[in-house]
Design a protein around this ligand. Structure first.
Ligand SMILES: [Zn+2]
Ligand SMILES: [Zn+2]
Ligand SMILES: [Zn+2]
Ligand SMILES: [Zn+2]
Ligand SMILES: [Zn+2]
Ligand SMILES: [Zn+2]
Length: 158
């Protein structure tokens, strides 16, 4: 082999080594990024960035603060995950429904409360049961048993 070829081969080997080293650095950086920790905004526990859960409902300078799993809740209405300040636990004592601030501010509800189809009185799952599966109507206890309810499933004839 001539000296020129040897020099070229050496240069190629050096270039390959350089690529290997830069890849190794990138991999190390990636691992460091995965293992990077932050502090849960609520309980101040150290958590990895990978497991940290941002709360998009917290409005702090447009940066979502990060929380650990224990300090967050799912909204049962819109399936959004957020911190316990922004997603309220057990907004309904009947079904332990959790609800985010967005959903609380709208008319969404868990389905445990409604109005009697006949008299308009407030009904709830605890004292009036669910709407009838036969007629789809939700009556209060009194109207359900009254002769005004023609339904074969839930009416007085049943
Ligand atoms: Zn926490
Ligand atoms: Zn929040
Ligand atoms: Zn929600
Ligand atoms: Zn409920
Ligand atoms: Zn009624
Ligand atoms: Zn019925």
């Amino acid at each position: 082999m001539s000296n020129i070829i040897i020099t070229e081969v050496t240069q190629i080997i050096e270039a390959i080594e350089a690529i290997k080293i830069s890849k190794a650095i990138k991999i190390t950086e990636a691992i460091e990024a995965i293992n990077a920790t932050c502090t849960c905004e609520s309980c101040k526990t150290d958590i990895t960035l990978e497991t940290a859960i941002p709360c998009d409902l917290c409005d702090e300078d447009e940066i979502s603060p990060l929380y650990c799993k224990e300090c967050t809740l799912w909204c049962d209405s819109c399936d959004l995950q957020g911190c316990k300040k922004c997603v309220k636990e057990n907004v309904c004592w009947e079904c332990n429904y959790n609800m985010c601030d967005n959903c609380i501010n709208t008319d969404v509800d868990c389905g445990c409360f409604g109005e009697c189809y006949s008299c308009g009185k407030d009904v709830d799952r605890g004292s009036d049961g669910w709407p009838c599966l036969g007629c789809d109507k939700w009556y209060c206890c009194n109207c359900r048993e009254s002769n005004n309810n023609p339904c074969e499933d839930c009416g007085p004839e049943s």
